[in-house]
Unconditional design. Sequence first.
Length: 588
Amino acid sequence: MPNRRDLLKSSIIAGFIGSVPVCRLSAAGEPEERPGSGKIDIVDTNVSLFHWPFRRLPLDETAALVEKLQSLGVTEAWASSFEALLHRDMAGVNQRLADECQKYSMLVPVGAINLNLPNWDSDFELCITEHSMPGIRLFPSYHLYRLDDRRCIRLFEMAVRANCFVQIVATLEDERTQHSRLMTANVDLGPLPTVVQQVPGLRVQILNERPRGGVLDALSAQGRVYFDTARVESTDGVPELVKQLSSGRVLYGSHAPFLVPEAALIRTQESSRLNRETLRTVLSSNARAFMGQDSKSGFSTFEDDDTSRFSQGLPKPKQLADYRIWDSYFTPSHAHPGTDGTSRLLTDIERAMPAIQAGRFERLCYFAHVGLGTTQDNQLEKLLQTNPALVLAPLAKYPNLLLGMIQLNANDVPKSLDAIRRWLRDGPMRGVYFSGTGPGALNCADRNVDALVEEVAKLDGVIMQHTWFNTLGKQHPGASTPEDLVELASRFPEKEFLCAHAGGEWQQGIRAVRDSENILVETSGFDASAGFIEMAVRELGAHRIVFGSHLPSRSLGTELAKVIGTEIAEADKQLILGGNYRRLLGAD
């Protein structure tokens, strides 16, 4: 079994990076031009103006938002108003929206209607007749009605007569991170297939949904229901949605400025599975067809078939390489590696490879099951205990790319101690991971954890603790919050800890660990929420933030955009994206 120090000192990725295709159109701002190449026209169907009610956003001033969108190649953006969520004077909301959009030629105003207000139909008429808005945006979860409500059906019928589209906001924020005083459930889309059948000619787009399961199956049969890409997750989530719905029904949307706008743009192409024509339809022509325009209007097609050259939203390849990205939270087949111990895990690693190459990652760390009872598959646990080659298979296949840490079971201290010695002291693994779910999870403040931390500290291993501040409440009896980690870290002031996901609800997570200098926050596991990195740098310092990708269940777009899309110093980005993790590993 190779020693972990020897493994780390082996050729750090030079061979792998040398084989990575170079993206020719990558740019942080305007795309890099090639002779004869046409620019790509991008229509963003999902942006909002003015202030989000619960915190300031870095791009919540319209001028800043427009400048950012234009720098990413967006030529048209359909904008509604955050004021519509809680304001009752909807006429004033829509008037301000229309006035603001008049200042910027790229903005298309999409009015908001609250069906629970008296005379809402007059607001609709003002949007269509006075403001010439091409569509309406609905917020059922904030305005408290169902999609089969008679008022909703009436509005749909009015929209058909007015030849305008309807956007339904399925959610604005992950339920787990919402403000505890104003929690809104995701919109129930169940009635929509029947409603669409009742209203011939209706054009409806669902915003911010992560479509899956039976509802998606039912909606896929309705040719007039469309989706945006803003919160579609996994590295291949967009092409999978296109595959299920057909390419004509997926429209690009970013949910900016609530989400970092680079995220959705990177996500469309990180898997390299969309061909030239399909990418074109998602980014632009579907939106124009949905609005009733010529689908080719304003669009210059690619000059060659290599869509890997389209990499808007990413920095240039040299800049990515200079960041030296080391990923602390790579999660292929995180819960179960496959019944044979490796097949599902290796397949997931291959699935993530296009995104790994697009981001020019140097190293990624995954969390291996080693037979400690961290899954509910007893046969698998026995297999992993007796076949160390299965545990080492990913490292053997990708020796210059992958690092490993082992998943511990703090409910079984003796076996976990033996595993630490076997895999860290005598083997190649670089640290340990404490899960927040599954049979191995135990609250990290429990005294059982102390003996394990002591042993890992002796071996200079890295400790990653899963944490969440979940507005919905604790989801597993063994789950931990950042406050629990603070208690553990206080008992080991000389040992550094990684707070996975920055607590999920990161505003509380950052505050919780702020005074614990031996806790660093890891960045993955939640939406590309604008303002996260800025607050973390301000409150903790860039030296206490470590990048994680959560690939492939999360996307490169979501996780990398959190860092590269922020207005922080380049030196701080380098620390976050790799420098801090290498220091913890002793790799610099």
